[in-house]
Ligand binder design. Sequence first.
Ligand code: SIN
Length: 351
Amino acid sequence: MSTFTKTLLAAALGFSMITAAQALPSVKILATGGTIAGTAASATQMTGYKAGDLGIQVLINAVPQMKDFADVSGEQIVKISSNNMTDSVLLKLAQRCNELLADPKVNGIVITHGTDTLEETAFFLNLTVKSKKPVVLVGAMRPATAISADGPLNLLNAVKLAADPQAVGKGVMIAMNDTINGARDTTKTNTTNVGTFRSPDAGPLGVIAAGKNIFLHEPARRHTFESQFDVSKLDALPRVDIGYSHANGDRVAIDAFVKAGAQGIVWAGTGNGSIHENEEVGAVDAIKKGVVFVRSSRVGSGVTTLSLQRWADEGMLQSGALNPQKARILLQLALTQTKDPAEIQKIFDEY
Ligand code: SIN
């Protein structure tokens, strides 16, 4: 039977001919910049390059192998180095992901992003994307012009993950260095190494080996389609600042945050979220003024627990296993719904 006859027959039977290309999953790539789109003067220059220089179409053209796995199209959201990330870009990304994922023709989303604040964007989307469809963040530690640039393979792996039915319902993920990390638990642990993203307490969700996604764990906490947070109508987020405890600390930063209008403060405390007594007096005054104060830890792994009963009696909350930058994101979202510290502690215990 000729193709023409097959097409006529298919039309008569009420369905369209599906070619191999049409049958591929549709993956949208939202580009924000970062080192994955960075350029340097030479192949050996690995620092001091221009992050976010290349547009999304250049990145797509550089990895034609993606087209074997997905019908890929790109959209440039911003072109920034992620140390310059803003709340307004976070909101724009969440809103665009939700629009795209509501389209039955879209199977998944990849977001190219700088690695510096990638964990914050991933966690924000993990709490605000209302879909089971895969959303995968990807970056690189070496600019696109570098010898052994890690971006192209990371991008291919991210697209394959976003197109993979196994990845449905797993929350927002990060695919880098042949590892699948979950948005809640992963953090950047090394300033320059390609294996920078690790999940110190939970471990990775899976690995990528021989070109296959191999899942090892499920995310344990509420995320995406189970999340209570809705940013569809928001154009700003509550101000939440992070302070850092150290020897000889004092209350100056806390007072400045309150003066600047902070609704919440996350404290990167020493050890198990401990706070210097000179900082504590500032925290107590901030709490009396209605600021929500969450103890986290500067240690880099482990759970920040209740610890001293006095701190709880003074109204301080604890972040659990969230590091300060993740606790800040959750506190911003919590404050869009309630100012009640007890309710907010419940949110920290659930997400
Ligand atoms: C950035 O975060 O945009 C720069 C660093 C990187 O992407 O690795």
